[in-house]
Ligand binder design. Sequence first.
Ligand code: S3P
Length: 430
Amino acid sequence: MHTERIIRPAKNVYGSLRLPGDKSISHRYGMLAAFAEGTSRFANFSTGADCASTLGCMEALGAKVRRLEDGQVEVTGVGGRVTPSGAPLDCGNSGSTMRMISGLLAPQEGRFTLVGDESLSRRPMERILRPLAAMGARLALTEGHAPLHIEGGPLKAIDYTTPVPSAQVKTCILLAGLQTAGTTTVREAVRTRDHSELALRAFGAKLTRTLDSVSIAGPQTLRAIEAAVPGDISSAAFFLCAAALFPGSSLVLDALGLNPTRAALLDVLTALGARISVLNLEEQNSELVGTVQVTAPDEGLGTTEISGPLAAQLIDELPVLAAIGPYTSGGIRIRDAKELRVKESDRIALVAKNLRAMGAEVTEFEDGLDVPGGQRLHGATIDSGGDHRIAMAFSVAALGAEGETLIQGADSAAISFPEFFNLLDLVAEQ
Ligand code: S3P
């Protein structure tokens, strides 16, 4: 099923929303709960198809998943030992599922095959093969991609420096280290999102951390937890950017995840001139949660450059930042973001293509984009490439354009954020 969606120009963005649970945290809570001993319960678990892929794989490995009447997700774990399923484990569109579950399965007895959809089957998987092979795991890829075959068994601890900053790869290694005798250490040049470290601790595991490393001494067991998943800041990014665009806008987002390794967007929007206030900050299972209010500046957004470590920390928010670039006064430049080319789509190419379709001038680099400011866009047909973040980013760009925009493959938003279009209708005032 491929659906289209028409987006009409907006005058401003106004209202108050509470967003579904963070995708990254839900993957981890779901996976760890399914592996732990006992029954966990999660409120506000991600409604995205990606996290359903994680739960589906874990069910196929013996965990029990129930959706309770009050909306909570209940997961009963396998107590540290999965049951190999005869059938391939379907990771759908989800790179997080495939990369993280590989680390969980590599030390388990049995054979496992992991498959994904067309997009996931193109994405690079050597990045997990290398460290897992160094731990002694037997993994086979198909020309560097899925299908991925694992012949599980005991591993040895390693000390590994990730060549490309990746929270998925870090998590993969930590989940293997959790089950492996000795101390496994992951070092990274840029601190990537640390939800796995916080979640592992919440489930009772011990980890040690320095500024640029995390170590886990295995084997350790995990115990069930009860938790509320904070609202997804990467989903919020579309609304925060939309609200920041239109003078007169004001948007409040409640119970939003504000983990410092994820919240760099707030600094970037502030640097662009938006007024951001954070209220009711509290900690839930070591994750920071708060209420964010964004008000657009009367004089419009300014200019900014995103490069170096910031590009890695903002990787999921770069498409929407680039998409609002033409509406800023001085433009938005993005460099050091080559990873964007190997996400669910080649996000650099698709952002450039769709901005041009809307009449914008843009320069494409191997590792980024230069989007000049002070441009007017017109409605166009947008090719989402089946990529959720492209569909949503260009829905935001469409709010500021002249005329209607048609988003092709709008259904892909459901990968992370099925409620996106309904909520956009609610807060975008025409
Ligand atoms: C994620 C890590 C990032 C991010 C993805 C989710 C995670 O990927 O782009 O959407 O939950 O760990 P990489 O680890 O490939 O950078």
